[in-house]
Design a protein around this ligand. Sequence first.
Ligand SMILES: [Zn+2]
Length: 343
Amino acid sequence: MNKNIKNKLSTALVLLALTSLGACHKGASHANTQAAETNTIEAQVLTKYPAIDIEMEAKKLAPHTYQIQGKAGIATDNGGFISNAGFVVTDEGVVVVDSLGSPPLAVEMLKRIRKVTDKPIKKLIITHYHADHLYGAQVFQELGAEIIAPIGSMKYVNADSAPARLAERRESLKPWVNEQTYIVKPDTIISETTNFSLGGQDFTINVVGAAHSDGDLTLLAHKDSVLFSGDIIFGGRIPFIGGGSTSKWIDTLAGMESGLKLKLLVPGHGDASNDPAAAIKLTKGYLVFMREVMGNAVEEMEEFVDAYEDTDWSKYEKMPAFSSVNRLNANTVFLSMEEESVE
Ligand SMILES: [Zn+2]
């Protein structure tokens, strides 16, 4: 090879190597800057909300699955920590399910997640738009997570009752729900069964529709075979019947009984279960019973007060949350069945 050409070639090679080194270095420093920014945002999120002193544990249920379990009670008991949340850790990031009842509770949850993994929070899936599962969402939104919610959630966002509820909680859950607290709008609304993968794991979001609320969904994490059911299943306690449709709710549970092969269930409230069929049966049995007794009362044109007094509740009255929700549930079902009867 001509010496001149040889020299030119080696110079070109050195230049090429330097350029790609530079590019490589640039790429790495860009990633570092991004990571530093994320850390700064997270540090801010961790300190910007009022502190709450609460017992909370991330219970490991399966190799990648954790549950954060609230205590049974009414909405303002235990600092508002009455519902469940959970998370699944993948190689690429964390999928969080539900966000608890206030930003400070969500911050506490974030701290528990950080004891397990330093991976970014990629998605927050909100099983349904009720305050006890929703008010912590802003914490995860501020961390850059995609907020995913079922169809029907915008009905909640746009309803007059949403700001009224927020105003009420700013009083009843002071100082944790305050002027900083806002209702997060979903980034993605799910209207039909949707699959996604993250960090080598597959997930299925099933849309239930208006059952417990104006819109419910469940999340199935395939690798650990765990279903996060939201409030369509309550574990070991009396369910709270919200504003959806009890007949649709019963149909959904019946479909789950026959169709799902699961190892593990994380309900919206109460204990996780290694026997999902039993948990489904309990919630479904209660709903069926409630529709039966209240349906009869409506048919007989009984007054609600008499119907409630005349019902034998012995099968359920020793269960947790009976005293706080049963009468309200009965009234909800009575009114909805009155409406159904004239439709
Ligand atoms: Zn709930």
